[in-house]
Design a protein around this ligand. Structure first.
Ligand code: ATP
Length: 367
């Protein structure tokens, strides 16, 4: 089963054939994912693919239409009897992008509150509040009120408040999306540190694929309510199973060039651009080329494609150059700082054989 790896039933989190229907529409359409304890599972995908709906079911805010959710071997939600079981005892902590702190309570009191609700003793509460404020590096803010601290600091308080009661599963719905770019990058590594320190299994929703790739132990790429591909980030980057995954992940996104089999080669616009593998029968395909496998300008002995220059961006001493070729955007890399007049003619060279061949339905053809 390509949608799951790991030990399944013994896993800390098992999502089994989960469906969530709104009227006739399936926002989540038969999703199965399972991850071991301590995993950092990232759910990534375009707007409307069902990420938040799935997370809301994990949090117990929404009940599944079909399927099951199992935490630590215990069924916490099941579609078969239409019930939302025991959401209080599922021991999940939830962090949203909008993290409403109680404005009339100090930072310390905000963090202490859920511990009071969980009936921790006064001494235990005091010790735990000190501990989590320390973990989030906000001990010196303990007596301030939410209005007296910055947005990034408020986000830390919200996380401290959530991890206080030691949830075994931590659910995070785009928790960094309200922060500015620099703070986001900082908080990303902070969250990783906190994840490691707490040992909780985390489920993290984002539409930011860089965030997904840097933080995840496991990534599920969702598309239209289904899992397009599930695996470790490197596996998804190196071996995308569909054109959707190939173009959704990676910076810059990989290129797909349509080609047809003609007289012993794959041909694009009348030109042979790649070799055909032995015993290959598919007539029309899409060929995957990474940006680093496409050069700018005519390169001796390599197949060329012709387009119009669109834009260039400097990245780590190189330039990422995008051309419009027919109705495609093709992105390649070149050394140094490249610039040209937008709309001017540009030649790109294919430096290597394609990194994957996909059929017209967008599925990788396994050779
Ligand atoms: P985004 O990244 O934009 O937040 P998402 O992947 O989190 O998107 P969801 O919020 O899970 O997407 O929504 C998935 C689909 O289900 C969307 O098409 C949405 O319109 C629909 N949907 C969500 N909640 C409801 C609801 N209560 N009633 C009807 N349709 C809903």
């Amino acid at each position: 089963n390509p949608q799951s790896f790991g030990s399944e039933r013994n896993d800390a989190l098992v999502i089994h054939q989960l469906v969530k229907q709104f009227g006739a529409f399936k926002a989540v359409n038969n999703i199965s994912i399972s991850v071991p304890s301590g995993s950092f599972l990232v759910l990534v995908g375009p707007s409307g693919c069902g990420k938040s709906t799935l997370l809301r079911m994990l949090a117990g805010l929404e009940s599944p239409t079909e399927g099951e959710i199992v935490f630590d071997g215990k069924v916490v939600s099941s579609g078969t009897d239409g019930t939302l079981r025991d959401s209080a005892s599922r021991n999940a902590g939830l962090v949203f992008q909008s993290y409403a702190l109680w404005p009339h309570m100090t930072v310390a009191a905000n963090v202490e509150w859920p511990l009071k609700v969980a009936k921790w003793s006064k001494a235990e509460r005091a010790a735990r509040v000190d501990e989590v404020l320390g973990l989030l590096n906000i001990s010196e803010l303990r007596d301030r009120y939410p209005a007296e601290i910055s947005g990034g600091q408020q986000q830390r308080v919200a996380i401290a408040r959530t991890i206080g009661p030691r949830p075994s599963i931590l659910l995070l719905d785009e928790p960094l999306s309200n922060l500015d770019a620099k703070l986001r990058v900082e908080m990303r590594s902070e969250l990783m540190r906190i994840h490691r320190a707490t040992g909780a299994t985390s489920v993290y929703v984002t539409h930011d694929q860089v965030e997904a790739m840097t933080m995840a132990s496991h990534v599920a790429v969702l598309n239209k309510g289904r899992v397009e591909q599930f695996g470790p980030p490197v596996e998804l980057l190196q071996n995308p199973q569909t054109t959707f995954v190939a173009t959704f992940l990676g910076t810059p996104a990989a290129n797909l060039i349509p080609a047809t089999q003609q007289s012993g080669a794959f041909v694009y616009e009348g030109q042979p651009i790649a070799r055909i593998p032995v015993n290959f029968s598919e007539k029309s395909v899409k060929l995957l080329y990474r940006a680093q496998d496409i050069g700018v300008g005519a390169i001796e002995g390599r197949p060329q494609i012709f387009g119009k220059f669109a834009e260039a961006a400097p990245i780590a001493g190189q330039s990422m150059v995008t051309a419009i070729v027919g109705d495609m955007r093709v992105t390649g890399m070149t050394d140094g700082y490249f610039t040209a007049v937008p709309g001017s003619d540009i030649t790109m060279s294919l430096l290597r054989e394609p990194d994957g061949i996909f059929n017209e339905a967008g599925q990788r053809i396994v050779l």
